[in-house]
Design a protein around this ligand. Structure first.
Ligand code: SF4
Ligand code: SF4
Length: 72
C-alpha cells in the first residue's frame, strides 16, 4: 500500500492531527518535520500494515492524503 501525504496541504498535527487519531493501525506519527507553512507533518511508520480502510483519506479536511493500491 502507498499512503501519499501531500505535505504542503497539511494543516499540521498540532492544529489537526485527525489522521493520527483515526488510523486503526496507528500508522501515523509525528515526523518532526515542518512543511512550507511551518506546520508539523505526520509521517507513516509501516505502510505494509495498512488495511486500506481509507479512514485517513476521508477524514483529512485538507485532502492531503491519498491511499493507493500498489500496481504491478
Ligand atoms: S487506510 Fe486506514 S489503515 Fe491505512 S493508513 Fe489510512 S487509516 Fe490507517
Ligand atoms: S488529517 Fe490531513 S491535515 Fe490533518 S494532520 Fe493529517 S494530513 Fe495533516
Amino acid at each position: 500500500m502507498i499512503i501519499k501525504i501531500y505535505e504542503n496541504l497539511c494543516k499540521g498535527i498540532k492544529g489537526c492531527g485527525n489522521c493520527i487519531e483515526v488510523c486503526p493501525k496507528k500508522l501515523f506519527i509525528n515526523s518532526g518535520n515542518l512543511n512550507k507553512k511551518g506546520y508539523i507533518l505526520p509521517k507513516i511508520v509501516d505502510p505494509n500494515q495498512c488495511i486500506h480502510c481509507k479512514k485517513c483519506e476521508l477524514i483529512c479536511p485538507e485532502m492531503a492524503i491519498s491511499v493507493l493500491e500498489e500496481s504491478g
